[in-house]
Design a protein around this ligand. Structure first.
Ligand code: NAD
Length: 356
């Protein structure tokens, strides 16, 4: 029997394809915008792309903000806000990974100005009404439909430059959103289908990209998996995996996509018995003969990703504190949250041992 559910879809207008950067002027005109502020990072690559967009928009560009950094610090947002006000911006175009998308969202929630986002990683933030912001070194997260970008433009070509390890860890970050959606209490048949297609597409794409990083079909498959992942994250609640990653990233400063990569097989093993039906669907979706947590562990070994918190700079003496934080917060999770078991999970993840 299908479990009862309540569902309200919130998905931005989405343009997907190769060469879709050329559609930016059309989308800006559709919004009637006349004073666009482009928001991106201060790197040569992003500046080149911002210049390309500026050239295509001509007089419609009022200015470019190059301040996007990790974790959306409030002071950076306030500075960008000043710039947006002085430019009288009536549309933001964010161009980059989850960090840049976050700055675009932080501006929109403060001004109500529409936001076109052009994601260049697989983080999935572009499809969610969620915003994480850092104030006084503390990262807090809020959700509001007004945070959701107006339009997403996915251009597969922009992902060709993702280095191999960023491709893999960002892709596994996306898979994690789909995995936890499958055992969320808010799951429904639509999100289940989206989650399974996201897992299957990303899993297959990463294996192809290992040997052929410029395979445009695999890049396209991976980016569609990222969209699916963002849609999952934006519609149903997440569980232990995301809580642990939020703790390890927020309180111990570990890098986002890499932490997701290290933790995922362990979090899945933690929930394996309690969420057995979901784990079986995942196993079938990726066509594996072995259990889903072990299959992802094997995937990471094959891709040569990071597999230990130690490699990411975690201190062993901080593991009990991380277990305390993750076990005290109350949130739905298939398996009960037991501090000693969470500590064991963290110790295994720290040492790079296989998931148990
Ligand atoms: P990121 O945006 O910090 O980018 C990581 C690195 O990749 C940067 O150095 C960037 O310059 C580089 N990069 C980006 N695109 C590239 C490309 N195409 N080619 C080469 N290099 C490229 O990291 P991320 O993992 O994309 O995002 C992480 C952030 O997003 C975290 O702060 C996380 O909390 C947030 N996030 C938020 C949500 C949400 O729903 N609110 C969802 C997922 C992630």
């Amino acid at each position: 029997m299908v479990a009862p559910f309540t569902f309200q879809a919130h998905i931005p207008r989405t343009i997907f394809g190769s060469g879709t950067l050329a559609k930016v002027p059309e989308e800006v005109n559709r919004l009637g915008a006349k004073r666009v502020m482009i928001v991106t990072e201060n790197t040569d690559r992003q500046i080149d792309l911002a210049n390309k967009i500026s050239a295509s928009l001509g007089d419609l560009v009022a200015g470019v903000c190059l301040d996007a950094v990790m974790h959306t610090p409030e002071e950076v947002t306030l500075k960008a806000l000043e710039q947006a006000k002085s430019l009288n911006a009536d549309c933001y175009i964010s161009l980059g990974g989850g960090s840049t998308v976050g700055l675009g969202k932080a501006l929109t929630i403060r001004t109500g100005v529409p936001h076109i986002t052009i994601p260049t990683t697989y983080a999935g933030s572009e499809a969610t009404p969620i915003l994480g912001e850092t104030v006084n070194n503390l990262k807090t997260t809020r959700s509001d439909p007004k945070i959701l970008p107006t339009t997403i433009i996915y251009d597969v070509d922009l992902t060709l430059s993702l280095p191999a390890q960023l491709t893999f860890t960002s892709g596994i970050n996306a898979i994690a959103h789909c995995v936890e959606a499958l055992y969320s209490p808010q799951i429904n048949p639509i999100i289940e289908g989206v989650a399974l297609s996201g897992i299957s597409n990303m899993y297959k794409a990463l294996l192809t990209l290992k040997d052929s990083p410029n395979d445009i079909d695999a890049r396209s498959q991976a980016l569609s998996g990222a969209w699916a992942a963002g849609v999952c994250l934006g519609h149903v609640g997440m569980a232990i995996h995301h809580k642990l990653c939020h703790t390890l990233g927020g309180s111990f400063g570990l890098p986002h996509a890499q932490v997701h990569t290290v933790v995922l097989p362990h979090a899945m093993a933690y929930n394996f018995n309690a969420a057995h039906a979901a784990m079986e669907k995942i196993r079938v979706a990726i066509g594996s003969d072995i259990d889903a947590p072990q299959a992802f562990w094997q995937l990471e070994k094959t891709l040569g990703t990071v597999i230990s918190l130690k490699e990411l700079g975690m201190k062993e003496e901080d593991l009990p504190k991380a277990a305390d934080i993750a076990s005290t917060a109350q949130y739905p999770n298939p398996a009960p949250l037991e501090r000693e078991k969470l500590l064991l999970l963290l110790e295994n993840a720290y040492a790079g041992r296989p998931p148990v």
